[in-house]
Design a protein around this ligand. Structure first.
Ligand code: NI
Length: 218
């Protein structure tokens, strides 16, 4: 096993990325059942503090490594109110059975500190979600179809956006982590909680072909 580790290290140094290697930290992701995922996260009083900047950087590395769409600080055992996410339009469309309502613009990587969500409609819609803290599973979860969200970027700049469809879903999923909720707790029909690998046998409640892509996975 040792030779594999040194091999990876070598590939970094050969490409001249030693600086990135030294600064990068892929954090351990808490799984369902860990108390940090059940508690209310604390507001961040000083977004520009170096430790917050380091957390942003490490969470980003962790999210990319895990191929997540988003990540919330409690998922890396840090009970602070910060989330990050990005949405590409292709994922958004695939994730919601290609209904036109869900066609959404790309959402660039967004870091939200102390986020707040305001639903702009009573309408909710079911959509598939996964979560890095609930590995292997997927569930169909009701979410508001249109929201406004606010928060601060890491440089303190206020962010206010309205979001619909998949974009709105991702933000609601991530912000739930800050209040101690995982998506299964939002589900109304647990027959739609399944192992991802079993989806190859067909999607529960749907006639469509199984689709392994395009879920919220964070
Ligand atoms: Ni999650």
């Amino acid at each position: 096993m040792k030779h594999k580790v040194s091999g990876q290290f070598q590939s970094f140094t050969v490409e001249g990325h030693i600086g990135i290697l030294l600064n990068m930290a892929i954090l351990k992701i808490a799984r369902m059942g860990h108390p940090v995922l059940r508690q209310m996260a604390e507001p961040i009083t000083e977004p520009s503090a170096p430790r917050i900047q380091t957390l942003v950087s490490n969470m980003y590395e962790t999210m990319v490594d895990a191929e997540g769409t988003g990540l919330a600080a409690p998922q890396v055992h840090v009970p602070l109110r910060m989330v990050m996410f990005f949405v590409d339009s292709e994922t958004a469309v695939q994730g919601n059975n290609k209904t036109e309502d869900y066609v959404t613009d790309n959402v660039p990587l967004t870091v939200l500190i102390n986020p707040e969500i305001e639903p702009l409609t009573d309408e909710m819609e079911l959509g598939w979600e996964g979560c890095l803290s609930v590995p292997g599973l997927m569930g169909k979860v009701p979410r508001y179809t249109k929201i406004r969200y606010r928060g601060a970027a890491p440089d303190g700049t206020p962010i206010v956006r309205t979001a619909e469809g998949f974009h709105a879903r991702v933000v609601q999923h991530e912000c739930d982590h800050l209040d101690g909720f995982l998506y299964p707790q939002r589900m109304t029909d647990l027959s739609l909680l399944v192992f991802r690998e079993e989806m190859r046998h067909g999607v529960p409640g749907e006639q469509t072909e199984p689709n392994h892509n395009g879920t919220v996975d964070d």
